[in-house]
Design a protein around this ligand. Structure first.
Ligand SMILES: [Zn+2]
Length: 272
């Protein structure tokens, strides 16, 4: 599943291609992706221009003149820019035709992706963004905020995966953040010291920045667009490195399940 850095990579790539393009018509081949009334979705978007593409956590926010199209790629969603004469690939579900000869096609093998359309001033009302926590790059993602949110008896891994606490972190990056912060994934959240919480914040920012710089991780079938391959998977310290030596201490990386998720850690660098 794409996490924040992968979605950011998609955002940066897409915006270069589709900014200032105006929608002429929309073909909906599979309508369950669209969570707004279909008629409204079509009639409102036609004749609107894409002014910017923003991101909140793992959501892409296409800012049109009057509305936001809020898109979540889930497992395998991706956007492909094609000329209109190009054959429509299998698993293409939504086609946004522009006023030029191009169209933006939403492709999703698993069909788990979602799209919501909302007027600008309602973008954070209700689903899907209303309940999300803050962005890791927000200035308010600090010791005070996180300490307050970690005042619970859940394992730290579970707290960091909770999108209502901080939005955008998924399994890969939580594994990496906990390694860099030297914290065992099963530590109970409220037992963390201020120093440990600060280490989590610093590790989060540094892991995400590095991943964005390298275009994210390409793991399994995820990719952002035709020719883009993330390079962050070559930089992973623990994720997917079971039985390999820790780069810091040489101990063998272990894999356990925490909250049902594959969790990689170093038993020496991350003592319980
Ligand atoms: Zn180690």
């Amino acid at each position: 599943m794409p996490e924040l850095p992968e979605v950011e990579t998609v955002r940066q790539t897409l915006r270069k291609k589709v900014l200032n393009k105006t929608i002429k018509s929309i073909d909906i081949l599979y309508d369950k992706i669209i969570k707004t009334d279909l008629n409204l979705f079509k009639t409102r978007l036609i004749n609107q221009t894409i002014r910017e593409i923003e991101r909140y956590g793992k959501y892409l926010l296409f800012r049109f003149d009057d509305d936001y199209l809020i898109s979540h790629l889930r497992m395998e969603g991706k956007y492909l820019l094609r000329t209109k004469d190009k054959e429509i690939e299998k698993h293409t579900h939504i086609i946004f035709q522009f006023t030029d000869d191009k169209e933006l096609r939403y492709h999703d093998v698993r069909k788990f992706g979602t799209m919501h359309l909302k007027p600008h001033d309602e973008v954070f009302q209700d689903e899907p963004l209303a309940k999300l926590g803050i962005e890791p790059f927000d200035k308010t993602f600090n010791l005070k905020y996180l300490k307050n949110k970690l005042n619970n008896k859940r394992k730290i891994k579970s707290s960091l995966l909770d999108q209502t606490i901080v939005t955008g972190l998924g399994n890969i990056y939580v594994n990496e953040v906990l390694f860099l912060a030297n914290i065992h994934p099963k530590r109970i959240s409220h037992t963390l010291s201020d120093d440990e919480i600060k280490r989590i914040i610093m590790a989060t920012i540094s892991v995400l920045n590095k991943a964005i710089e390298l275009g994210g991780s390409t793991i399994r079938s995820y990719y952002s667009d035709d020719n883009i391959t993330g390079r962050f998977q070559n930089e992973l310290y623990v994720h997917n490195r079971i039985d390999e030596p820790c780069y810091i201490c040489g101990e063998t990386i272990k894999k356990i399940k925490v909250c049902g998720r594959g969790t990689y850690y170093c038993p020496v660098c991350q003592k319980i």
